[in-house]
Design a protein around this ligand. Structure first.
Ligand SMILES: Nc1ncnc2c1ncn2[C@@H]1O[C@H](COP(=O)(O)OP(=O)(O)O)[C@@H](O)[C@H]1O
Ligand SMILES: [Mg+2]
Length: 245
């Protein structure tokens, strides 16, 4: 299981301007990758290309040995629902649904509400938001909203979790909580995590750091010692364990 990008190029506008240039990248099963770079360097564009949310102008994307670039729109939707989870800077929770209904939304789409309900409750417990299940997103703090959004991203047990500056809208305490969740998800559920961040402290939690400059990979470096937990104060009451989930 891996993500392989070959000569990915993304051009926009007319005349065309190239915002992603010749990306060649392999992301292995179970890795935690960070993508860093200045604002406008192409981080989000690369993340969307790698996660099938955007289509390259040219090049190949192969996930789990499937040639994504040749799949139909329906096939890509199905593949995405089954294997990929997403977290963004803004939570995009549906305002009229309560927290647990939001988390179960992907299960609803897959006709798996019953099978996934227990897992949803477990995620609320682990993320320490058990008493927020029946609240509407508007009744939650920013940090709680983001934890609900992560639970929604994980409900289908995706192999890959893509996160675009998930801490960008949070204070440092809540940012740390979110980062610890991503790290534990990677360590214990073996979910491959691809994180866009411009916080050096957070990219230091990744196994490998990719730095983009003007749509080009300038650095692609494995770290020897990654930070396992950003601050003891934000440890979970319960640790995510494979057994529990
Ligand atoms: N659809 C688009 N049309 C035109 N320019 C775009 C489009 N998407 C992104 N860009 C430009 O491409 C560059 C990279 O954008 P982005 O991937 O959002 O960067 P980052 O996430 O690193 O801030 C920026 O200069 C941005 O303005
Ligand atoms: Mg961005």
């Amino acid at each position: 299981m891996s993500i392989v990008a070959r000569n990915l190029i993304k051009e926009v506008g007319d005349p065309a301007s190239r915002i992603i240039s010749n990306i060649n990248l392999v992301i292995n099963d179970g890795e935690f990758i960070s993508i860093s770079g200045r604002s406008g360097s192409g981080k989000s564009t690369l993340l969307y290309l790698l996660s099938t949310l955007d289509q390259p102008t040219s090049g190949e994307l192969i996930i789990n040995e499937k040639q994504i670039t040749t799949l139909s729109v329906e096939e890509i939707h199905h593949f995405r629902n089954k294997h990929l989870g997403f977290v963004f800077q803004f939570h995009y929770l549906l305002p009229e649904l309560n927290a647990i209904e939001n988390v179960l939304m992907p299960a609803r789409k897959n006709n798996q509400i019953e099978e996934k309900t227990e897992y949803a409750h477990e995620l609320f417990k682990i993320f320490d938001i058990e008493n927020k299940k029946n609240k509407l997103p508007g009744q939650l703090s920013g940090g709680e909203q983001q934890r609900v959004a992560i639970a929604r991203a994980l409900i289908m047990k995706p192999s890959y979790l893509f996160a675009d500056e998930p801490t960008g809208n949070l204070d440092s305490k809540n940012g740390n909580i979110v980062m610890n969740i991503l790290k534990e998800t990677n360590l214990h559920l073996k979910t491959t995590v691809i994180l866009v961040t411009h916080e050096p402290e957070y990219s230091a939690m990744a196994d490998r750091e990719i730095i983009l400059i003007d749509g080009v990979i300038k650095q692609n470096q494995t770290r020897k010692n990654t930070i396992k937990n950003i601050s003891d104060k934000t440890k979970f009451k319960k640790t995510i364990t494979k057994k529990k989930l």
